[in-house]
Design a protein around this ligand. Sequence first.
Ligand code: SAH
Length: 212
Amino acid sequence: MVARIVAAGLVSDPRVIEALGVVPRHLFVPKALVAEAYGDHALPIGAGQTITQAANVGRAAELAAIRPDARVLEIGTGSGYQAAVLARLAGQVFSLERIPELAAEARRVLAFLGVRNVSVKVFDGTYGWREHAPYDAIVVAAAAPDIPAPLVSQLSATGRLVVPVGPANRQRLLVVKKLPSGRTRTEDAGDVAYVPLVGKFGWGKAPTEVGS
Ligand code: SAH
């Protein structure tokens, strides 16, 4: 899987390649899907959500330019797979998930793997996690209608926010970079497809919740 991602030119940072190679993706998918865990595609993890495609995890991590001492915020813990990859690259990872059952299962797998530098909390991640801000990198694992303003405000002076922005099934992966002047510069890193970011500064409701 990792060799294919590298061959496709999606990831080139050696630290990111190492992290993708080391984290056992099969532990983060339902037992019935273990055989498919190393195909580079999204897989269902319950509650209508999916584990992030490994190529997208690598791509986002690379764009976030995570240093070994970095403090990272992830929005959308899901299975915990991306959190485990980020934990390998960073000093400390804080991860927010809106669905309690997914957060509980992710915590269980991360503990099983002995990953100690990830804190998972059930919360609407579109607000960020102010208590631990500022972050050197914020990686959003779900697609927002616009760049969520609270996340930009929680970046460090040189921080980077990686966030997919756009409607269902087709988004642009945006990288918001804080500049020394305090301003930001946004770059477009191409097409992606993520599940929706549901919350105050995301889509108001999940598609299945609309009208309910
Ligand atoms: N990084 C995860 C990806 C899971 S899919 C993995 O590697 O498995 C995206 C996740 O974002 C889903 O679990 C979904 O419930 C969560 N999510 C969506 N909107 C959210 C919000 N506002 N706050 C926190 N989590 C959110």
